[in-house]
Design a protein around this ligand. Structure first.
Ligand code: CTP
Ligand code: MG
Length: 259
């Protein structure tokens, strides 16, 4: 089971339409995200949170994208496309990438947490739930496989992570730099993030009752439950398309000029 929060407005991308509906090499980010999820072979159902005015568009885009063929040439962990590292995310057999992946679309909320909660609320029976930003629409199958493999090994919460490359400093509100953070202890966090369903539900329940404590991702909500979050290697191709430059980099990935 995969939740795709896709209800953001894309303010920083400023492309004139909500970000998930912005074209990337001729197809929307949402289409790329759904196709990538289906191609991973480890997703058996998808719930999308969309802007209220675009629910039907999201459904049509996603159902078309879900018909994409299975197999993933970009999966270094799984070069023969056999999905050897994968396990089914909700207990049934892994799908082989076809329209058999059912798509549901719900209306998202005012922020990402609310959108994920809206999607989570309609999840039927599922032991494991992955949450994946539409904005990380080029995530390779290998990342899905690593997340699902860690869940299969018993983790309750899993996030793909990458090391920091920049030097990171703390600063005052006035802009004075006051100190270094230890870069070796820092990670950049990506999606899909994977959870035992009951853990994710409990994390969102806590958020509803104590909304003051903010977290910008689902793993952050789970950390508040004192549940260990396991990191697995992410991938630079899973970049979050945030600013116009990110869309240009993503185009290079799609056209094969950045392999
Ligand atoms: N998202 C969502 N509901 C919201 C806000 C965000 O479902 N109310 C989703 C976005 O569609 C995106 C993911 O959460 O797939 C990550 O959010 P972000 O990259 O910040 O996207 P936007 O909020 O659309 O962009 P911006 O912050 O620039 O407006
Ligand atoms: Mg946002």
């Amino acid at each position: 089971m995969l939740l795709i929060p896709a209800a953001g407005s894309g303010t920083r991308l400023a492309a004139g339409v909500p970000k998930a509906f912005v074209p990337l090499a001729g197809r929307s980010l949402l289409a790329h995200a759904v196709e990538g999820a289906v191609r991973s072979g480890v997703i058996d159902a998808i719930v999308i949170a969309a802007p209220s005015s675009l629910v039907e568009d999201a459904r049509r885009i996603a159902e078309t994208a879900a018909e994409a063929p299975a197999g993933s040439a970009d999966d270094a962990d799984d070069p023969d496309g056999s999905g050897a590292h994968s396990v089914p995310v909700s207990g049934s057999a892994p799908v082989s990438g076809s329209a058999s992946v059912p798509i549901s679309v719900v209306v998202g909320g005012a922020d990402r947490v609310v959108s994920v909660a809206a999607a989570l609320a309609v999840v039927p029976e599922a032991d494991l739930v992955l949450v994946h930003d539409a904005a990380r629409c080029l995530t390779p199958a290998s990342v899905y496989h690593r997340v699902v493999a860690a869940l299969a090994e018993g983790a309750a919460a899993v996030v793909p992570v990458l090391p920091m490359t920049d030097t990171v400093k703390t600063a005052t509100d006035a802009g004075t730099v006051v100190g270094d953070l230890d870069r070796t202890a820092l990670r950049r966090v990506q999606t899909p993030q994977g959870f035992v369903r009951d853990v994710l539900v409990a994390a969102h329940d806590l958020q509803r009752t104590d909304p003051d404590a903010s977290a910008t991702d689902d793993a952050g909500l789970v950390e508040r439950l004192d549940i260990a979050v396991v990191g697995v290697p992410g991938d630079e191709a899973a970049l979050k398309i945030t600013h116009p430059i990110d869309l240009r980099i993503a185009e290079l990935y799609v056209t094969g000029d950045l392999d």
